[in-house]
Each structure stands twice: as structure tokens, then as C-alpha cells.
Design a protein around this ligand. Structure first.
Ligand SMILES: [Fe+2]
Length: 266
């Protein structure tokens, strides 16, 4: 198994692994690489529904989506896009951050891919947090003047909502700076899709802090943009990265998705 970095911010490609026949030792090895690189790309795999579920289960207990939108552990999705002028707009998020125990890991396997478009963006939130104070010192960029510092964020909590998936989906409150339960790394854990407000702050103050944070955490410098090929399996750690599906594609796209249960964010 060979590991090669794929962007300055984060991410690595794994060469020489057959996911379908991988054993638990190999997955534990991969888990170590995931903790180091935050996103892993394995090319040229061929795992139908059952094989994908078996591979994902080696990473931990699988999680379903409470809205009924993804009722199975393994969610297969064929989307025919309408392109940049029709389908909608994506937003950066950490999967199901509104859940009391959001998924630690998401696995996505591309079965059928548009000839162009439909990339996925990843933004590293360890890097975003670490560079906060340096970004605040950049006085030329207007939005950065309003950025809070790390110290300001340490005691704050944010509300995340999944109401976009249905009225029965609960909100959750999580710390703005999260400690990774396996590595101890600190990451920024808000996102512009699901975070509604910072709790125990006046609305005005909450908005004043969140907007520049959302802008900062999705800077291109923290990003890896994955151009999918059929057969790719991409595995990401939701405690480390935000991601966004870029909805600019026009041809069908068929993906298999699994999410692995995580701990309560602390
Ligand atoms: Fe997602």
C-alpha cells in the first residue's frame, strides 16, 4: 500500500489496496492514514451495494439518516443534474452536523460519473483553525477584519439544524472548536449549511462572528477539489473537513454512500 499526498491542504491517494478484499488490519492501517491526511482517495474499485456495506462496516457502526431520506445504511443515489443553471446551489458542511452523534467518517463510491462537472470540494478545518490568527492579521481583506480569534471561540457553542430534511429532525448544540476524539487535534466545527447561530449570544453578535468564520473556513487555501472517476472510493473524516457537492453537472451520477457513527462532539 502506497500513500501519496494530493494537495497541500490535505488528502492522500492510496495505491495498491483492493477495498473489496481488504481485511481489518488494512482498514486500521488506513484509519491511521485518514487521521493524518483527513481525506483518502482509492481509485479503480468495483464494489456493489453489499460489498460496499461490508467495507464500510470495517470502519465502525453505520449510521442512518433520521429523516427517512437515506433510510438504509448504504444509500445509493442516482442524480441527473440540470447543470449550473438549474439544479440548485451547494453549501459547505460536515455531514449531519445537526445530529447528536454526527458521523465521524463518510465513504462515497462513484459508480457512474458525468463526463465533466460534479466535483466534490473539501476544506480542512484543522488548517482553518490554525490559520485564524494569521488571517486576522491580513488587514487588506475586508471580511477578515471581523474574524474572531481562537481564544474567542474556545468557550462558544453553536446550534446546528437538520430541519431542511424534515420537521422531525432534531437540532443539536456542539462546540465551535472541536477536539478530535482519536487524535486530540482541534478543528473548527461550524458550517454555513447547518449552523444557525451561536448559543447564549445576542442574534446580532452571533451573526457578526459566524459570517466571517464561514468565509474563512472555506478559503481555497484549505481546499482539495476531487474530480471523480468511476471506481473511486473517497473516505473523509467529518471531524476534520467540510465538503460540498458541486451541483454543476448535467448527466446522471450514481454514487454509493455510507456513514460511520461518531461520538458526541466535544
Ligand atoms: Fe455531505
Amino acid at each position: 500500500m502506497k500513500i501519496t499526498r494530493i494537495s497541500p491542504a490535505m488528502g492522500a491517494e492510496v495505491v495498491g489496496l483492493d477495498a473489496a478484499s481488504s481485511n481489518q488490519d488494512q482498514v486500521e492501517d488506513l484509519r491511521g492514514h485518514l487521521h493524518q491526511h483527513h481525506v483518502l482517495v482509492i481509485r479503480d474499485q468495483d464494489l456493489p451495494h453489499g460489498a460496499m456495506q461490508a467495507f464500510a462496516t470495517k470502519w465502525g457502526e453505520l449510521l442512518t439518516h433520521p429523516s427517512g431520506m437515506h433510510p438504509e445504511f448504504v444509500h445509493e443515489q442516482t442524480l441527473a443534474g440540470k447543470g449550473a443553471r438549474g439544479r440548485g446551489f451547494s453549501a459547505w458542511h460536515s455531514d449531519m452536523s445537526w445530529h447528536p452523534t454526527p458521523p465521524a467518517i463518510t465513504l462515497l463510491h462513484a459508480r457512474e460519473i458525468p463526463s465533466f462537472g460534479g466535483d466534490t470540494g473539501f476544506a480542512d478545518q484543522k488548517l482553518a483553525l490554525e490559520s485564524l490568527d494569521r488571517a486576522r492579521a491580513d488587514r487588506r481583506r475586508q471580511f477578515r477584519k471581523g474574524l474572531p480569534g481562537i481564544e474567542d471561540l474556545m468557550s462558544l457553542k453553536a446550534n446546528h439544524t437538520g430541519k431542511g430534511f424534515g420537521p422531525e429532525v432534531p437540532d443539536s448544540v456542539h462546540p465551535v472548536v472541536r477536539t478530535h476524539d482519536e487524535t486530540g487535534d482541534l478543528t473548527l466545527y461550524v458550517n454555513p449549511e447547518f449552523t444557525t447561530h451561536l448559543v447564549d449570544l445576542p442574534e446580532e453578535e452571533s451573526r457578526r462572528l459566524l459570517w466571517p468564520l464561514w468565509m474563512h473556513q472555506t478559503c481555497m487555501e484549505f481546499m482539495y477539489r476531487h474530480a471523480w472517476r468511476p471506481g473511486d472510493i473517497v473516505i473523509w473524516d467529518n471531524r476534520y473537513v467540510l465538503h460540498t457537492a458541486i451541483l454543476d453537472y448535467e448527466e446522471p451520477r450514481y454514487m454509493i454512500r455510507c456513514t460511520v457513527k461518531g461520538p458526541e462532539p466535544r
